[in-house]
Write a protein that binds this ligand. Structure first.
Ligand SMILES: Cc1cc2nc3c(=O)[nH]c(=O)nc-3n(C[C@H](O)[C@H](O)[C@H](O)COP(=O)(O)O)c2cc1C
Length: 194
């Protein structure tokens, strides 16, 4: 690895600059990878499961749609988490894509090894269609109720492919974003002129 100023890259995001123009110039280095990934801005989800019969949540940004027919999603969850254990055991979870109204629950559900029961954040059962099995979080942009198809163990993480059994979305809300190590608001949702 050369020309890699970790402090600068991980912190301010300022360009260090050199003759080559690369701020990051690394091989398969985990710190360089983490620093690189800070530049990726994306949505945030809370994965909900039933833990000891109660709604439990974990903040996860490693979510992507995988295919349309049938509707399938992919999430990556550290295998040593409570959520990873719940999903392995029950093969069910919901992905709640967060809106800007949900920073509080995102913070709550990202505290390692703390109690992440989310009873108070869940839409009451009588307001959710009967076919939905996993907890639906209030104010979510979208909730996908999912059933696990396949799990791959990739080092520290479970890569989980799951089919979508139900889709719930309220009237449009603004998405919560995360990148550069912080939550972000205020993106323009207007189309870029091309
Ligand atoms: C914005 C954000 C995104 C996160 N994304 C992931 C993720 O994609 N996968 C993951 O395993 N952990 C992710 N985490 C970390 C988990 O939320 C955190 O480790 C969680 O508290 C684990 O719960 P447990 O170990 O107490 O069960 C993320 C944290 C934050 C703040």
């Amino acid at each position: 690895m050369r020309n890699f100023n970790l402090e600068n890259s991980a912190g301010s995001g300022e360009l260090a600059g050199d003759a080559s123009g690369w701020e990051l110039d690394a091989g398969p280095d985990s710190l360089a990878f983490r620093s690189a990934m800070r530049r990726f801005v994306g949505g945030v989800t809370v994965i909900t499961t039933l833990h000891e019969g109660r709604p439990w949540g974990m903040t996860v940004s490693a979510f992507t749609p995988a295919c349309m027919e049938p509707p399938t999603v992919l999430v990556c969850v550290n295998k040593d988490t409570v959520t990873g254990g719940d999903i392995t055991k029950d093969r069910r979870f919901a992905v709640n894509i967060l809106s800007q109204d949900q920073i509080e629950i995102s913070q709550h559900c990202s505290r390692p090894r703390e109690d992440k029961f989310v009873d108070h954040f869940v839409v009451p059962a009588e307001e959710v269609p009967g076919r939905v099995q996993m907890p639906v979080l209030k104010h979510s942009l979208i909730t996908f109720d999912c059933k696990v198809n396949m799990t791959i163990v990739a080092s520290s993480h479970l890569v989980i492919l799951a089919s979508v059994s139900s889709i719930l979305a309220p009237a449009a809300k603004r998405p919560l974003l995360y990148g550069e190590g912080r939550y972000m608001h205020g993106i323009s949702l207007e189309a870029v002129a091309v």
